[in-house]
Write a protein that binds this ligand. Structure first.
Ligand code: NAD
Length: 231
């Protein structure tokens, strides 16, 4: 997610960096400020509606509204159906699905009030398209997010709000590790933050990161694109 934030900032966006871990939100915002843009870090559990509303209010107070929302909060929990405890299943699917639902709902209301166009991007995964053994909660929630995207895209099109999904494919860790070092986030070093790179299969774009792909989807105003994007 840090990579997407940095690419959006490079294209001129100011950012509200939201994460359940305050340190991550703050480090992300600090990095954006270092790059010359305005940013605030907001600690928020995306599954808690009051916290989501507070985060949207912070964005409105600081920046006067929201033009782009990227729903990417996720929890990784590599368990299959045979060993997944139900409370962990609920938590993981709640973060990925309910988190996107709550942020989309409240940011969409704000975008409609603003009376200007907006963009919402939901980050999927190949696991959401094809399933994955031993990763039942993640793949199921990401699959749900695909149809959430389709439904919401059709519902919000009339307000000039484009809703798309983006599916990162092949991954590598070097970019995330470099960012973790640059942001002085020791705890991030092992996490797959923003490490996604697109594969080199025919029709894909070698060397492009998910961050670089998200940026034109978010910033191309006036384009009618709405729906699912798989890179
Ligand atoms: N890295 C990959 O290999 C890969 C591949 C395909 C898709 N994706 C998707 O890309 C997105 C970003 O992945 P990433 O690799 O940057 O992972 P990441 O772990 O760096 O980012 C996810 C962030 O979500 C935060 N989070 C977890 N629970 C939360 C909650 N309840 N409320 C708010 N924030 C919460 C985490 O603290 C974390 O910082 C995710 O949606 C992921 O599913 C990643």
């Amino acid at each position: 997610m840090g990579g997407i934030a940095e690419e959006l900032a490079r294209e001129g966006a100011n950012l509200v960096c939201v994460d359940v871990r305050e340190e991550y939100a703050e480090k992300c915002a600090a990095a954006i400020v270092t790059e010359g843009r305005d940013a605030i870090g907001v600690a928020c559990d995306v599954t808690d509606e009051d916290q989501v509303l507070a985060a949207v209010s912070r964005a409105t107070e600081r920046f006067g509204g929201v033009d782009i929302l990227v729903n990417g909060a996720a929890q990784f929990n590599f368990k299959g159906v045979l060993n997944m405890p139900v409370d962990e299943w609920r938590r993981q699917t709640d973060i990925i699905l309910t988190g996107a639902f709550l942020f989309t709902k409240h940011v969409a209301h704000l975008m409609i009030q603003q009376e200007r166009k907006g963009n919402i991007i939901n980050i999927i995964s190949t696991a959401g398209h094809q399933g994955e053994p031993g990763n039942v909660g993640y793949g199921t929630a990401k699959a749900g997010l695909i149809n959430f995207t389709r439904s919401v895209a059709m519902e919000l099109a009339r307000y000039g709000i484009r809703v798309n999904s983006l599916t990162p494919t092949a991954t590598g860790q070097s970019e995330g590790l470099e960012r973790a070092a640059r942001w002085a986030c020791g705890g991030l070093a092992g996490a797959p933050t923003g490490t996604t790179r697109f594969g080199t299969a025919a029709g894909r774009q070698p060397g492009r990161t998910a961050a670089q792909a998200a940026q034109p989807v978010a910033l191309r105003q006036g384009c009618g694109l709405s729906g699912i994007r798989r890179c």
